[in-house]
Design a protein around this ligand. Structure first.
Ligand code: IPD
Ligand code: CA
Length: 269
């Protein structure tokens, strides 16, 4: 693998996320058009598309040898099979919130190796200025202050986040059973509407855990690195964390201490 300075890559990603944040806020204040994608509940706005174009342009200029995968546009840069490094871009994670002027959404950028192992992650909420950053082996921060996961050891004292897939009204795999099982075993559940921020809330100890199915790599990769660098655990619903587990679309994220208990509940306990 050719040498890439991850701290420099993080600095560049952070600058790009902050510039993208200014652009998102311009739309937030001035208005935007919107349409739907896979179904009536899957919204995309003019801001998602414009901001992804901006981010991809900046990443291509900074990392011409890398491959870029964006939520709205597909691939750019060096073809995926030839690139050693891949960027996963979610221009607005939490589009439904953004479209409804609910201030809970984020720009999410992750750099991975060719096996989808995250190396750098940036998640930025431009409304409140919260910037989560992580670099593999270098820890995770919130606005430049080191963060770590919570220390709760049993589900009953825990607050968990989750989300529901866009095909929730046509597919029986819509997270309602899992939600019901956790509801009666925890202090509380939250549905924030941004998978990237859900993961970061686990990383900084606001949530003790998070689970979701049918997520895409660009939704969670940056947040997952924040969690592991903050001392937490990530896996699929079986507790498997081998590279590529995310291809199944199911993630469990926790402070580590409640991970086995969460996996048991997801297995139907
Ligand atoms: C969605 C959000 C939401 C999660 C969905 C994601 P989008 O991303 O992260 O919280 O429940 O699974 O698709 O569409 O807002 O970028
Ligand atoms: Ca997303």
């Amino acid at each position: 693998m050719s040498e890439l300075n991850l701290v420099d890559a993080l600095a560049t990603a952070r600058e790009i996320a902050e510039e993208a944040g200014r652009e998102v806020m311009r739309f937030w204040h001035n208005g935007f058009s919107q349409s739907t994608k896979s179904s009536a509940v899957d919204v995309v706005t003019e801001a998602d598309q414009a901001v992804e174009v901006l981010i991809v342009k900046r990443l291509l200029a900074a990392f011409p040898q890398h491959h870029i995968i964006g939520e709205e546009g597909g691939g750019a840069g060096v073809p995926i099979e030839k690139a050693e490094y891949h960027w996963y871009v979610d221009p607005i994670d939490g589009t439904t919130n953004f479209a409804n002027h609910i201030p809970v959404f984020a720009i999410s950028l992750a750099l991975t190796d060719a096996d989808m192992n995250p190396l750098v992650g940036v998640v930025y909420n431009p409304v409140n200025g919260e910037l989560f950053c992580a670099v593999k082996g270098g820890g995770a921060t919130l606005n430049d202050v080191q963060i770590c996961v919570s220390s709760d050891e049993t589900l009953i004292t825990c607050v968990l986040g989750s989300g529901f897939p866009y095909d929730k009204y046509t597919s029986p795999e819509n997270n309602l059973n899992e939600w019901s099982r956790f509801l009666v075993r925890t202090r509380g559940l939250r549905r924030m509407g941004s998978a990237a921020l859900d993961c970061c809330y686990v990383a900084c100890g606001r949530f003790d855990g998070y689970w979701e199915q049918k997520v895409k790599p660009y939704d969670v990769l940056a947040g997952l690195l924040c969690v592991t660098e903050a001392g937490g655990t990530v896996s699929d619903y079986h507790g498997n964390d081998t590279p590529g587990f995310l291809n199944g679309g199911r993630v469990v994220v926790s402070n580590g201490r409640i991970h086995a208990e969460m996996v048991r509940v997801l297995q139907g306990d």
